[in-house]
Design a protein around this ligand. Structure first.
Ligand SMILES: *Cc1c(COP(=O)(O)O)cnc(C)c1O
Length: 437
C-alpha cells in the first residue's frame, strides 16, 4: 500500500511488494533500475491507456462528434504513437520531427494536426506533401506561405485558424498562451482574427474548417474554457456573413493533473461537461449547427503515467541551513522546476513505507545551482544508493530533455502487468557525438 495522501499522484497500478519496494505495473522499481540503470523513466501502460479512454470517453459520451488528439510535445516516440493510434486518438504535432514520429508510428494522417507559431517553409511543405489532416494556421505570414506552397503543388489543405480569445487561465506566465500579449494566434480583440478568417476564406488552396484556441497549461479552473468557448463561438457567428461556416471547433488542451498531494484537478468528466454544455448552449442561442469538437490533451494523458527513478549519491548537510541530497539526473531530464518553479512529490522507491523523518532538498548532478528537483521535502533518512521516485513525470520531462553537461538522456521503459519493455534506450556517449564532425 502506498501512503494514502500521495497515492493519487502516482500511476493507477502503483503499489508496494513483500520486499518492501515500490512497484509500478507490478514491476519492482528497484529491479527495474538494476536492469535499466538510473535515471530511468517508467511509463505505466495501464494508466496511459486509461487516460486516453477517460478523455475520449468523457467527450464522446456527451457529444456526437468529438475527437481526442494527443499533444505530442508532452512526449512522443514511435512506440507511443502506435499506442495512441490504437486507442483511436489523433496527434497534435508542432514540428517536422513530431510529424516524422507520427508517420513512423503509423498514425492515420487525417487525424494529425500541425500547430506552431512559426512553422518553417520546409515543415509546411513536408506536412502538405504527407497529406496531414489539418494545419492550424497561426500568423498572416503562414497564411501566405501555406497558400503559396499549396498553389505550387496543386493541393488544397484543410486548415483551422488559431484565435487568441484574450482569456487568462491563471497558470504560469511561461505556459499562458491565450491572452492578448502572446506570440500565439490571431487576437480577436485587435481585429486580427477577423482579418485572418477573411483571408483564409479567400485563399483558393486553403479550406477553412473552423477555429482553434489553446489557453495555456495546466488549467485547474473550468471557467476559462467556458468563457473562451462562448467568446470564440460568438466571434464565429459574427463571421457568418463573411462566409465562415464553423465545421470544427477546438478548445485545445491544458487539462491539469495532480503533481503534489494538495492538487485536486478537475476530472476528464468535469472538463467535458463544462466545455460541451457551453458549446451546446451557445450554439443553440446563436442558431449555429454544432461543429465537430477536437480536444488536445497532452499532459493529462501521459503525465500521470510517468515516474522518474533516480539513485542518491552525495549528501551534503549544511547545519541550520539545508541538506542537499544529490541524484544522478536533474535538469537535463526534468527542467520544469528550474524553468517554471514546478513542484514534485518524492518517495523512497526502496523503502516507500519507511517513516519520512528527514527534510531534504533533492539536487540534480548538473552544473547549475538552480538544478533542484524538489525543495525541502520529507524522506526517510537517505543514504547513498537509495532509489527515489518522482511521480507525475511523464509529461514535459523526457520531451524537454537536453544533453547539457553531456549527460546521456535517460531510457524510457513501458511497464504492464509485471512485464517491462524498453521503448527508448539510454543514450550512449557515441550517440551524443553522432552529429559532431
Ligand atoms: C501544448 C498544447 C496542447 C497540450 O497541452 P497540455 O497541457 O499538454 O494538455 C494542446 N494544444 C496546443 C495547441 C498546445 O500548444
Amino acid at each position: 500500500m502506498l501512503p494514502q495522501h500521495i497515492a493519487h499522484v502516482f500511476p493507477d497500478t502503483t503499489d508496494t511488494n513483500p520486499a518492501g519496494h515500490l512497484t509500478i505495473g507490478r514491476c519492482d522499481a528497484v529491479e527495474l533500475v538494476e536492469e535499466y540503470g538510473t535515471p530511468l523513466y517508467v511509463l505505466d501502460e495501464a494508466t496511459l491507456r486509461s487516460k486516453c479512454r477517460q478523455f475520449a470517453g468523457a467527450f464522446a459520451s456527451r457529444y456526437a462528434n468529438a475527437q481526442a488528439v494527443y499533444a505530442s510535445k508532452a512526449y512522443i516516440n514511435p512506440a507511443l504513437a502506435r499506442i495512441f493510434a490504437e486507442e483511436g486518438l489523433g496527434l497534435d504535432v508542432v514540428s517536422g520531427g513530431e510529424l516524422a514520429v507520427a508517420m513512423a508510428g503509423e498514425v492515420p494522417l487525417e487525424r494529425v494536426y500541425f500547430h506552431g507559431n512559426n512553422k518553417t517553409p520546409a515543415e509546411l511543405e513536408e506536412a502538405v506533401a504527407a497529406g496531414i489532416g489539418r494545419v492550424v494556421v497561426d500568423s498572416f505570414h503562414e497564411l501566405d506561405l501555406l497558400e503559396r506552397i499549396c498553389a505550387e503543388t496543386g493541393k488544397t489543405q484543410d486548415i483551422l485558424v488559431r484565435v487568441s480569445p484574450g482569456i487568462d487561465p491563471h497558470t504560469h506566465a511561461y505556459t499562458t498562451t491565450g491572452i492578448i500579449d502572446s506570440k500565439f494566434g490571431f487576437s480577436i480583440q485587435t481585429g486580427d482574427a477577423e482579418k485572418a478568417v477573411t483571408q483564409a476564406i479567400a485563399a483558393p488552396h486553403l479550406n477553412l474548417q473552423g477555429l482553434h484556441f489553446h489557453l495555456g497549461s495546466p488549467i485547474f479552473e473550468l471557467e476559462p474554457y467556458q468563457a473562451a468557448t462562448d467568446l470564440v463561438l460568438r466571434f464565429a457567428a459574427g463571421m457568418r456573413e463573411q462566409g465562415l461556416y464553423l465545421q470544427e471547433f477546438s478548445p485545445g488542451g491544458g487539462f491539469a493533473i495532480a503533481y503534489t498531494r494538495n492538487d485536486q484537478p478537475p476530472s476528464p468528466d468535469d472538463y467535458a461537461e463544462a466545455i460541451v454544455s457551453t458549446l451546446a448552449a451557445t450554439c443553440e442561442e446563436l442558431g449555429m449547427e454544432q461543429p465537430s469538437l477536437v480536444i488536445e490533451p497532452g499532459r493529462s494523458i501521459i503525465g500521470p503515467a510517468g515516474v522518474a527513478l533516480y539513485r542518491i549519491g552525495a549528501i551534503k548537510e549544511i547545519p541550520g541551513v539545508r541538506t542537499y541530497v544529490s541524484v544522478d539526473g536533474g535538469m537535463g531530464d526534468n527542467i520544469r522546476p528550474a524553468l517554471y518553479q514546478a513542484s514534485y512529490e518524492v518517495l523512497s522507491a526502496n523503502r516507500p513505507a519507511a517513516e519520512p523523518d528527514a527534510t531534504v532538498t533533492i539536487a540534480g548532478k548538473y552544473c547549475e545551482s538552480g538544478d533542484v528537483l524538489a525543495s525541502d521535502i520529507l524522506l526517510p533518512t537517505p543514504a547513498a544508493g537509495d532509489v527515489i521516485a518522482i511521480p507525475a513525470a511523464g509529461a514535459y520531462c523526457p520531451s524537454m530533455a537536453s544533453n547539457y553537461n553531456l549527460n546521456p538522456r535517460p531510457p524510457i521503459v513501458l511497464v504492464n502487468d509485471g512485464q517491462s519493455r524498453l521503448i527508448r534506450r539510454r543514450e550512449s556517449y557515441a550517440d551524443m557525438m553522432l552529429c559532431d564532425l
